[in-house]
Structure formats: structure tokens, C-alpha cells
Design a protein around this ligand. Structure first.
Ligand SMILES: Cc1cc2nc3c(=O)[nH]c(=O)nc-3n(C[C@H](O)[C@H](O)[C@H](O)COP(=O)(O)OP(=O)(O)OC[C@H]3O[C@@H](n4cnc5c(N)ncnc54)[C@H](O)[C@@H]3O)c2cc1C
Length: 299
């Protein structure tokens, strides 16, 4: 097939593989680059994805790859794309080698940036969680903490009440608006204002250490991480971004077009609210949109 493709896709997780599948089914030459660091890799199981609920993240990705590789015009390259340049009709990508593509789909996801609290990082995806739809069912009714990571974060305060009545809020030094403090009091949720200085994993439970030496036991901790695109390719291409609640994301229209002609984006990279099924849906839309663009440009 050579290195001259119709479409190059950067990122081979839910969004990138779904995009590739549409293009391969249209019998187009498509290459997916993936360095194998899916966002959910820290969790033992992924949830909420039809037909794959409860599977390990690596197995979900393996099944997606197998679906794509059943088509002879598709390739998956296990390399990082480090540079991208060009314009609609002819892009050049640097990965294991130099590749050419008429259209590009960016589906390389986001990197989570956790607050710098000793003991927190090893729990990410295990007992330090972000999304109750992904993992809340499995840890329902357990003693649960909410860790504020910014003044805007106590969104979980309202959300989590369908999963547990045993909640505590850790403001971590952030000011809590009066109206939320009143809400917490009304629901019987204790509020700890002081910064969290460390978290100790004591087996089935975790000890949250506060700045005054107080220790609070919780099994599970929810927090909103900050996030940023997992590589600088959107910046290399000069794609427009916008600010979401947890960080910047790439702007797209309803057909996943970025602000740069011939460049599409899909998945977490271009949405403020993430989820595997949402990413796959974006990917399918980006794949069909890139295919339409090829057809209508006569390529
Ligand atoms: C701990 C945790 C648990 C989660 N659990 C769930 C769950 O249970 N259910 C659910 O629906 N969602 C869950 N999510 C969210 C889910 O992981 C994301 O919504 C989903 O993975 C987004 O898919 P994506 O294809 O956009 O990107 P990603 O899954 O982030 O994949 C991007 C891929 O691109 C690759 N890549 C990045 N840069 C480059 C480059 N320059 N060149 C080549 N490859 C590159 C990466 O290595 C990665 O493989 C969870 C998230 C976290 C953090």
C-alpha cells in the first residue's frame, strides 16, 4: 500500500478506530497511528459501552483494532506522530517514517493532570475517580469523598447523591460558595475546608490527611482533573481551541471539521464532556465526514 494514504488518523482508541472503520468500509486507504496510551488505561474495567460493558480497557481496544484490521485497506502503526504539516489534499506526518495523506483526523485524546497531592496518583482509575457513570455503580454506597480541584469543581456534590448517602466534601483550600455550603449542610454532608496534604492508601479504605493533622477515612474519592491535548499536533496545524470546565479542547462543527480545512477531530480531544461511547460516535462521524470530503473534492 505504501505510505501514501487517503486519510491519516492520529490516535487509535475509541474515536480513531471508529473513524478508521467508516473509511475502511468505504474502501479507502486509511492509516491509524497509536502509541497505546488510552485515557482509561488506569482502570481495571470500562463501563457504559454497549456490548463491551465491564471489559478491561486493553481488551476493548484490541477488539476495535481487530474490527478495523479485517479490512485490507486499513493499517495500524504503533508509533507516535511527532510532526504534521501541509494543507488540505496533501498533509505530511512524521511517525515511524514519513507518511502522506489527503485528509487528517486528530483523535489523540487528552492527558489528565492530577492535583499534586502525595498518594493520589496511584489511585487514579482505581479509587480516585472522575466519572460516576463510568465507575459509580461498582462503588455505590461506600464512604465517598469529593475533592475540589478548582472553585468550579463541586459539581460532584449534586451528582453523587444517586450513588451514595455517605459523602464528605474536601474543599482543599478552595473557597466554597455560601449557596453550596448551605446545600451540603441541608443534605448532611460534612465539609472539610483545609488543604489536603496527602492521601494514604490503607487497603480497603483511604486516609485523607488535612493540613491541621486531622485524618478522615474514605473508600473512594471523586475529583475533576485538569486536562490538555495529549500532544501538540492541533497547535502545529493551528487548529482553533476553546476553553472547557477542565481545560482547552479543539473546536469542531457538527461534522467534526476543525478550523483547518481537511483536518477533522474526534473524541475527548474535541469535547468538554468525555466518554468512550461519545468518542466512538464522534469518530464514526469524523470518518464519514472525511470520506464525503474526499468524494466531493474529487479525490
Ligand atoms: C481512569 C479513567 C477511567 C475511565 N473509564 C471510562 C469508562 O468506564 N467508560 C467510559 O465511557 N469512559 C471512561 N473514561 C473516559 C474514556 O477513557 C475516554 O472518553 C475515551 O478513552 C476517549 O477516547 P479517545 O479515542 O478520544 O481518546 P483516548 O482513549 O485518550 O486515546 C487516544 C489515543 O491516541 C494515542 N496518541 C496520543 N497522541 C498520539 C500521537 N501523537 N501519535 C500517536 N498516537 C497518539 C494515545 O496513546 C491513545 O492510545 C475513563 C477515563 C479515565 C481517565
Amino acid at each position: 500500500m505504501g505510505n501514501d494514504m487517503d486519510v491519516a488518523i492520529v490516535g487509535g482508541s475509541f474515536a480513531g478506530l471508529a473513524a478508521g472503520l467508516m473509511l475502511a468500509r468505504a474502501r479507502r486507504r486509511v492509516v491509524v497511528f497509536d502509541e497505546g496510551q488510552t485515557r482509561n488505561r488506569f482502570a481495571d474495567a470500562g463501563h457504559g459501552f454497549l456490548g463491551m460493558d465491564g471489559l478491561a480497557p486493553a481488551e476493548m481496544q484490541r477488539r476495535g483494532q481487530a474490527d478495523l484490521l479485517a479490512y485490507p485497506t486499513a493499517r495500524i502503526i504503533g508509533s507516535r506522530v511527532t510532526a504534521i504539516a501541509g494543507q488540505d489534499g496533501r498533509f505530511t506526518l512524521e511517525a515511524d517514517a514519513e507518511w502522506l495523506a489527503k485528509k487528517v483526523i486528530l483523535a489523540h485524546g487528552m492527558r489528565d493532570i492530577l492535583p499534586d497531592i502525595p498518594g493520589l496518583e496511584p489511585g487514579w482509575g482505581k479509587w480516585a475517580l472522575q466519572c460516576p457513570y463510568c465507575h459509580g455503580y461498582e462503588v455505590a454506597d461506600q464512604p465517598t469523598g469529593i475533592l475540589m480541584t478548582s472553585p468550579a469543581a463541586p459539581h460532584h456534590l449534586t451528582m453523587l447523591r444517586d450513588w451514595t448517602d455517605d459523602l464528605a466534601l474536601f474543599c482543599n483550600g478552595h473557597p466554597l460558595p455560601d449557596e453550596l455550603r448551605a446545600k451540603a449542610a441541608g443534605w448532611g454532608i460534612p465539609v472539610h475546608d483545609l488543604p489536603v496534604v496527602a492521601i494514604r492508601d490503607d487497603g480497603p479504605s483511604r486516609t485523607i490527611l488535612l493540613a491541621d493533622g486531622q485524618e478522615v477515612r474514605r473508600s473512594v474519592l471523586y475529583l475533576m482533573s485538569r486536562s490538555e491535548p495529549s500532544c501538540d499536533l492541533p497547535a502545529q496545524l493551528d487548529c482553533r481551541t476553546e476553553d472547557g470546565m477542565t481545560g482547552p479542547f479543539v473546536s469542531v462543527d457538527m461534522m467534526q471539521n476543525t478550523s483547518v480545512p481537511g483536518v477533522f477531530a474526534a473524541g475527548d480531544l474535541c469535547r468538554p464532556m468525555y466518554g468512550a461511547l461519545f468518542a466512538a460516535a464522534d469518530g464514526a462521524r469524523a470518518g464519514t465526514a472525511a470520506h464525503h470530503a474526499l468524494l466531493f473534492s474529487g479525490a
